[in-house]
Design a protein around this ligand. Structure first.
Ligand code: ZN
Length: 489
């Protein structure tokens, strides 16, 4: 009797999700891999998927199984994506190629599934996938010139072939460079720096404000990535592929926002930012969401696909998520130097609001003036406002300021059309200049004419920073007669 009960329990998930042990027609498989997306960036302050920032992921949480303790096994794309595709931990020196990964999702389903593949960084798929729509990969060191365009072009071409399909999509979204607002409108050029005037860095500066700003930019791009993912899932629904397919949505690794810390390199301080990743699996026929707290790792994805499709995964390091959970006591991951780390499970995740609050508290930014009217006469401070590039949203306000005095606890307010939209702590360098960099919401700007001004805030009083030399595109900022910038343009 107990044996029978156990058998029923084991079969129950398969019955619920409509996946028989030996399906008559092989199950279509869709795997979407996003890049540089830590789990915490999806979450609200209570640890749930944030409905406002990430409505697509929130819907996935309602319809799919969320493995909320899933972690990746490598801090680099060229380790982490092959691990997803092979079910194996990264091997020292392995290239992200088919030659170095002869067994993968692509070979597993080669005989049974027509393959539609877009690999942005790796090249594990056959270059001659049978019936494939498009196979890209090529130089794994290169990237799509425009990841968003590449993702959208691939999405538009996803089709429902007569036989079962494997659709695999990996693009470097929402990966740095951070340049998109949630709407998808760019506010910065493709080579935009992490921080004002600072190119791509492996390690953050000690200034929490600049890290806070980078985090804000990351979160906006995450919101845009959610929209792009929504376009992919809409396409699957439109062509009738979604319901019957096994759909996996996962990210290859996260990213860390800690002043003075490593941005991406795995270490003991940032592993909670790098390793936990979103992992959602919508099983064939599944309509109701579930949360599975097991200690999942990214190497479990391939054996799970094999399990659902009904083929042998072969020798792998992962375990099928369809089988009863055998919890891992530790999570395994490898850094870019092939050093093996083990962390107790579960790995703690910092939510996006908690991150923002931590960074803000460290830099002493004040929010009490935001939303108030900006008032103040011209002061002794000067500055140069940067031009927003042609065709870009004017939301990223940057200026180089020369401050007449360096008062302790001083800050700078940025006002749009007379309303303070941000207050930025001032960190003057030895020569008295300081960089102002703040990303404002699109909603702060009206159509057409916008008046942007910078104020020094000191001892509770505001005085205007004279930015007379600003070169500002009139398409981006329109200055009133008393505003800064070139007048009469
Ligand atoms: Zn990556």
């Amino acid at each position: 009797m107990r044996a029978l009960l156990l058998l029923v329990l084991l079969l129950l998930p398969a019955v619920l999700y409509g996946a028989a042990a030996t399906p008559a027609r092989p199950v279509p498989v869709v795997v979407v891999v996003l890049d540089e997306l830590p789990l915490g960036s999806l979450l609200d302050g209570r640890g749930r998927v944030d409905e406002r920032r990430c409505p697509t992921f929130a819907r996935l949480a309602r319809e799919a199984t969320w493995y909320d303790r899933a972690t990746t096994v490598g801090d680099r794309t060229i380790q982490a994506v092959p691990a997803l595709l092979t079910g194996r931990y990264p091997r020292p020196g392995a290239e992200p190629t088919r030659a170095d990964h002869p067994r993968s999702l692509f070979t597993l389903l080669e005989g049974s599934h027509a393959q539609q593949v877009h690999e942005a960084v790796t090249s594990l798929a056959s270059t001659e996938a049978a019936g494939g729509l498009r196979v890209s990969g090529g130089d794994h060191l290169g990237r799509s010139a425009d990841p968003v365009d590449a993702l959208r072009r691939f999405t538009a071409g996803i089709h429902n072939a007569p036989g079962p399909d494997l659709v695999f999509l990996h693009e470097v979204v929402p990966h740095f460079p951070w340049r998109y607002l949630p709407s998808g409108r760019p506010y910065a050029a493709a080579d935009a720096p992490f921080e004002y005037g600072r190119p791509a860095v492996a390690r953050w500066s000690d200034d929490p404000w600049s890290v806070y700003q980078a985090h804000e930019r990351h979160l906006r791009q995450v919101a845009f990535a959610d929209r792009l993912l929504g376009e992919v899932l809409s396409r699957l629904r439109a062509i009738g592929l979604y319901d019957d397919a096994m759909v996996v949505v996962v990210a290859d690794h996260g990213v860390s926002f800690r002043a003075g810390g490593n941005r991406r390199r795995l270490d003991l301080a940032n592993h909670g930012d790098i390793l936990p990743v979103p992992l959602f699996v919508k099983y064939p026929g599944q309509r109701v969401g579930a949360v599975d707290h097991r200690a999942a790792e990214s190497v479990d994805v391939l054996p799970t696909v094999a399990d659902v499709v009904g083929v042998s995964a072969g020798p792998v390091d992962g375990r099928s998520l369809r089988q009863p959970a055998v919890d891992r006591a530790v999570k395994t991951a490898f850094d870019r130097d092939d050093r093996r780390f083990e962390f107790p499970s579960p790995v703690a995740v910092e939510t996006a609001p908690a991150r923002s609050a931590r960074l803000l508290a460290a830099c002493g930014a004040r929010a009490d003036l935001v939303g108030r009217r900006a008032v103040g006469a011209d002061g002794a401070d000067e500055g140069v406002l940067e031009e927003a590039g042609a065709g870009l949203a004017p939301c990223w306000v940057r200026a180089r300021l020369r401050l007449a005095s360096r008062g302790a606890g001083a800050s700078v307010a940025v006002a749009v059309n007379g309303i303070v939209r941000a207050v930025v702590p001032v960190r003057p360098s030895a020569d008295g200049t300081c960089a102002l960099s703040v990303l404002l919401d699109e909603a702060a700007f009206g159509p057409g004419r916008n008046d942007v001004r910078v104020y020094r805030v000191q001892d509770g009083r505001m005085s205007r920073v004279r930015c007379g030399e600003a070169r500002v595109s009139p398409l981006q900022f329109h200055h009133g007669a008393s505003g800064f910038g070139r007048r009469g343009r």
